[in-house]
Design a protein around this ligand. Structure first.
Ligand SMILES: Cc1ncc(COP(=O)(O)O)c(C=O)c1O
Length: 436
């Protein structure tokens, strides 16, 4: 293993100067990156199956994105949209209105992070409906601010010790078919988990007090949990019967990851609002709320915004990302890689006992690891060991799931076939070792 002593020095500085709260998965420091390959300060080459947690669908440092960032940096870096407007904000708003599902007139506002987008969607939903309550789901993640941490399901590490939490957030079970919260089996269950919303209004919060349901189409941090085909149309129909808005949190599942621009399109439904971040601007901080015009336009002048929201450099980066999607047919590529990956993961499941479930859509695929396929006891230590084995062999791999036993794939969609194959070979060897 290369060792100049630099990594050790930097780790010492990190431990001296940075609190332990912001965790680090891998004890290495990056020097540069391109596509799906990262070089660290020791010259180690790593294949990236994480994309900085789903941010790099167009890859590290795509030349088009870098050129747009440099060009904008030469012109101006900041005005604050509220002080002096600029065209890239408007161009991007228009593009996102066109790209998001829904045949109705839409509008877009920008913020900086995913959590901020979710916060704004909740503000807008409450303002429009004049109702306080928000319904969210078990296993879903929406961020780390007070409101979005409250909305997030997993307690440790996200919520432990950080209460009291924000009021008027209510949590329903999610459509986690592998571990059905109702002990049922799909399709015989007739998606009882969606119908349960009607009972929820009796036992937990009144429909007429509920502003919105906020759901991830595929629960990202929660383990790439993928609801069955009827789930979201059933939920949305119940919502709309009661004047409740449906917000799709596409922060992890959006921007082409599933082979469609937004994952909710797989369910053929039209959300009232969509939150977008992560791969929107390929690493530049940017998030968006796109929604039905009459809803998102409801809050009064000055009611929404922030100093940096829709920063011009980030907007230019995002416009370049959307061009890359078109020019390089990234949606088709996501679908193509997804088919190949799913075949591979399912073949592994035939012979590798520790794999309990393979799920997801497009390239948003995951393996749930279990100690025993009958009891489904989460293989938590084994999952950690696999992640460590992989980075030591040159592959950045991420775990997730409320139990910490899911391996998720978030490689850039531009990954070269050779890098994909090499990464999969490391993963397979690691999985085989766990099963010995
Ligand atoms: C679905 C979802 N919503 C919201 C967030 C929060 O985004 P951010 O970390 O940019 O605040 C994330 C981050 O992982 C996410 O996956």
């Amino acid at each position: 293993m290369p060792d100049s002593g630099k990594t050790e020095k930097l780790n010492t500085l990190r431990d001296l100067m940075v609190p332990r709260g912001p965790y680090n998965m891998i004890p290495y420091f990056i020097e540069s990156a391109k596509g799906a390959i990262v070089f660290d300060v020791e010259g180690r080459e790593l294949i990236d199956f994480s994309g900085g947690i789903g941010v790099l669908n167009v890859g590290h440092c795509h030349p088009k994105v870098v050129a747009a960032v440099k060009d904008q940096a030469d012109k101006f870096l900041h005005t604050c949209f509220h002080v002096l407007m600029y065209e890239p904000y408007l161009q991007l708003a228009r593009k996102l209105c066109d790209l998001t599902p829904g045949s109705f007139p839409k509008m877009t506002m920008f913020a900086n992070s995913g959590a901020e987008a979710v916060e704004n969607a909740v503000k807008i939903a409450r303002y429009h409906t004049r109702r306080p309550a928000i319904i969210v789901f078990e296993h879903c993640f929406h961020g780390r601010t007070l409101l979005t941490m409250t909305m997030t399901s997993k307690v440790n590490p996200y919520k432990l010790g950080f209460g009291p939490f924000a009021p008027e957030v209510y949590r329903m079970p999610y459509a986690y078919c592998y571990r059905c919260p109702f002990g049922l089996r799909y399709p015989a269950c007739n998606t009882a988990c969606a119908d349960y919303l009607k009972e929820f209004f009796i036992n937990y919060v009144a429909a007429e007090s509920t502003a919105a349901i906020v759901a991830e189409p595929i629960a990202g941090e929660g383990g790439f949990i993928t609801p069955p085909p009827e789930y979201f149309s059933k939920l949305i129909n119940i919502c709309h019967d009661h004047g409740i808005l449906f917000v799709a949190d596409e922060i992890q599942s959006g921007m082409g990851r599933t082979g469609k621009m937004f994952a909710i399109e797989h369910w053929n439904v039209e959300p009232d609002m969509v939150t977008i971040a992560k791969s929107l601007a390929a690493g530049m901080p940017l998030s968006a709320v796109v929604g039905k015009k009459e809803i998102i336009n409801a809050p009064h002048v000055g009611g929404l915004g922030g100093t940096y929201g829709g920063n011009p450099v980030s907007c230019r980066a995002a416009l370049a990302v959307l061009e890359v999607f078109e020019e390089e047919n990234l949606l088709q590529r996501a679908e193509r890689i997804g088919i190949k990956l799913k075949d591979r993961l399912e073949a592994w499941m035939q012979k590798i006992e520790i794999i309990g479930d393979v799920r997801g859509k497009g390239t948003m695929l995951a393996l749930e690891l279990v100690k025993d396929r009958e009891t489904k006891a989460p293989a938590v230590e084994e999952t950690k060991a696999l992640v460590t084995y992989c980075y030591e062999k040159g592959l950045i791999l991420l775990s997730c799931g409320n139990f910490g036993n899911v391996i998720r794939l978030l490689m850039p969609l531009v990954i070269e076939d050779e890098h994909l194959e090499n990464g999969l070979a490391i993963m397979e060897e690691g999985l085989n070792r766990l099963s010995k």
